[in-house]
Design a protein around this ligand. Structure first.
Ligand SMILES: [Zn+2]
Length: 287
């Protein structure tokens, strides 16, 4: 992907470098002068007016989403870098950049396989039993869609399945035998609401067949384990955003354990991310 800088005001690429803007926390930032609209701009790359260094921010987001609580992350920053950021600030970074990157990656083109697996799991949120829904592509291990809800019913299942096929339609989606799925599939695929292509619904009744999909279940387990580490989630407005962050972490940041490959790459999306994958993703999302 090209690193094309454009004028923030008029999107022109007819500009030149002109001086620097001094910032308190991010050093000197290159200033540009647009010859088209005759205005100055900087290429802030997603960190405009942030009071901390991009490396501190991306390390915190990465570590929070991989295994560290926001309070532990705060303590590490103080101990090793004498950086004073509150745990709420760290959570704000996680939410802000999860949303930003989510908007960007949702619009990329993916090359997904033909077999998807969808499942839902309970999430503890201050004593409430919320639901987290996720759909995984068998070939790439890419999480194709997620959904967060307080109830499980046909309406929520329909929204979830619709999200799950937004990046590509498989031949079939396999689910457990929960009763709301057949009706959701009927609503979506057999009354011609999504295009003309029909997606087959396969039901795996584990109790009857005793067959588990271990490869897919490891993906769900990894996400579930992380949520368990949080000791549940707190605010209903925040919970889906954190889950979105975990999905980005799975699809783009951490290589698949035995394959050493990233689900996004397996799905044909090569963004050329370097070591600090969150930093590169945020920069790309800010152009
Ligand atoms: Zn301009």
């Amino acid at each position: 992907m090209k690193d094309a800088i454009k004028c923030k005001h008029c999107s022109s690429s007819n500009f030149c470098k002109k001086g620097f803007r001094k910032t308190d926390y991010r050093g000197k930032i290159q200033k540009y002068y647009c010859k088209n609209c005759k205005r100055f701009f900087t290429n802030d790359e997603g960190f405009y007016r942030m009071r901390f260094n991009p490396k501190t921010i991306t390390m915190s987001v990465d570590m929070y989403l991989s295994n560290l609580s926001s309070r532990k992350m705060r303590n590490q920053l103080t101990r090793h870098f004498s950086i004073k950021a509150s745990h709420m600030t760290i959570l704000d970074w996680v939410r802000r950049y999860s949303l930003k990157v989510h908007k960007f990656v949702e619009n990329l083109g993916y090359n997904l396989g033909n077999h998807f697996y969808a499942d839902e799991t309970e999430i503890n949120r201050l004593g409430h039993r919320d639901n987290f829904w996720a759909c995984v592509d068998w070939d790439t291990r890419m999480i194709t869609g997620i959904h967060y809800s307080v109830a499980t019913n046909i309406k929520e299942a329909t929204v979830f399945i619709q999200k799950s096929v937004s990046k590509g339609k498989p031949k079939y989606i396999q689910t457990d035998s929960a009763q709301f799925y057949p009706k959701a599939f009927k609503k979506l695929f057999y009354s011609n609401k999504i295009g003309g292509l029909v997606v087959e619904h396969k039901i795996q009744n584990v109790r009857k067949t005793k067959i588990h999909n271990y490869k897919i279940e490891t993906v769900f387990m990894k996400i579930k384990d992380r949520v368990h580490d949080f000791r549940g989630l707190k605010a209903l407005w925040s919970a889906p955003i954190i889950m979105t962050g975990l999905t980005i972490q799975h699809n783009f940041i951490e290589p698949h354990c035995n394959k050493q490959e990233f689900p996004c790459n397996l799905a044909g999306v090569d963004l050329g991310l370097k070591e600090n994958r969150w930093l590169d993703l945020i920069r790309m999302s800010s152009r």
